[in-house]
Ligand binder design. Structure first.
Ligand code: DX5
Ligand code: ZN
Length: 233
C-alpha cells in the first residue's frame, strides 16, 4: 500500500484555520486564485467534490485534484459529497489529497473508509448534513481528525447560513479531544464565522465570501482576525 498523503491536521498550526473552498473560484483562473489565497495566508485548500447523486450538483473530479496537487504544496482538504465514499476516498488519495472528509449518511462501512485513509497516511474527516443528528457519528468520532458540520444543505455554494446548526456544533465540540478539528462549511462570512467560533468550530470553509470578494487577501484576513479574536478569548 502506497503512503500517499500527509495528514495535515496534526502539523498545521493548532489555531483557527480558514479553508477557501475552490468550488467558488473562477475555474478559468484556478492557479492564479490558489496562489492568491495561499499568499493571503490560507494554510489549507478545501475541495468540494459532488457526484450529482448524493447532492444535486456536479463539481470536480480526481483529475482536478491531481492538477492542483502538481501546482501547490498547500494541504488539500477534500470533502466528498458522493454516494460511494469508499470508492472515491481511494480515488482522491491517489489524486493527491492530504485529507478526505466523507459523509456519514453515505457510508454503510465508515470504518473501512477510515482504515483506508489511515493506511494511505491521509487525514480523516467525517461530515454531517444539517438534518443529521450529532449522534450519527458517535461510533467513529474518536477515530477521526476532523468533524465537518454542514451549515447549509450540501450541493451549492453561496447559500444562507443555517443558524440552527449552532447547537450541533456545541454538542460535537463538547465530545472532541482538543487536537480534533471541528470544521464548518456553508454560508461562512465574518459574522457567521464568529458565531461558529464561539460555538466551538476552528476550521472555517468559505467560498463565496472569499472568491466573491473584490479583494481576496482582505477577505481572508478579516475572517482570520474575527475567528482568532473569538477563539483566543
Ligand atoms: C456546499 C458546499 C459549500 C461551499 C462553500 O455543498 O460545500 O458550502 O463549500 O460555500 P459558500 O462559502 O459559498 O457558502
Ligand atoms: Zn465542503
Amino acid at each position: 500500500m502506497v503512503i500517499s498523503g500527509s495528514n495535515p491536521w496534526g502539523r498545521l498550526n493548532s489555531g483557527p484555520l480558514i479553508a477557501p473552498s475552490l468550488l467558488a473560484c473562477d475555474f478559468a483562473r484556478v492557479g492564479e486564485q490558489v496562489d492568491a489565497v495561499v499568499a493571503a495566508g490560507a494554510e489549507v485548500l478545501h475541495v468540494d467534490i459532488m457526484d450529482g447523486h448524493f447532492v444535486p450538483n456536479l463539481s470536480m473530479g480526481p483529475g482536478f485534484v491531481k492538477s492542483i496537487r502538481a501546482f501547490t504544496d498547500c494541504p488539500l482538504d477534500v470533502h466528498i459529497m458522493v454516494s460511494d465514499p469508499l470508492y472515491f476516498a481511494e480515488r482522491f488519495a491517489d489524486a493527491g489529497a492530504d485529507s478526505v472528509t466523507f459523509h456519514i449518511e453515505a457510508a454503510d462501512k465508515p470504518r473501512e473508509i477510515i482504515d483506508l485513509l489511515r493506511c494511505r497516511g491521509l487525514g480523516v474527516g467525517v461530515s454531517v448534513k444539517p438534518t443529521t443528528q450529532a449522534g450519527a457519528i458517535d461510533g467513529i468520532i474518536q477515530d477521526v481528525d476532523l468533524v465537518l458540520v454542514m451549515t447549509v444543505e450540501p450541493g451549492y455554494g453561496g447559500q444562507k447560513f443555517m443558524e440552527d446548526q449552532l447547537p450541533k456544533i456545541e454538542r460535537i465540540r463538547s465530545v472532541l479531544r482538543p487536537e480534533q478539528r471541528l470544521q464548518v462549511d456553508g454560508g461562512i462570512n465574518p459574522i457567521t464565522a464568529a458565531r461558529c467560533a464561539s460555538a466551538g468550530a476552528d476550521v472555517f470553509v468559505a467560498g463565496a465570501n472569499i472568491f466573491g470578494s473584490s479583494n481576496i487577501a482582505e477577505a481572508i484576513t478579516l475572517l482570520q482576525n474575527v475567528v482568532t479574536e473569538k477563539i483566543d478569548k
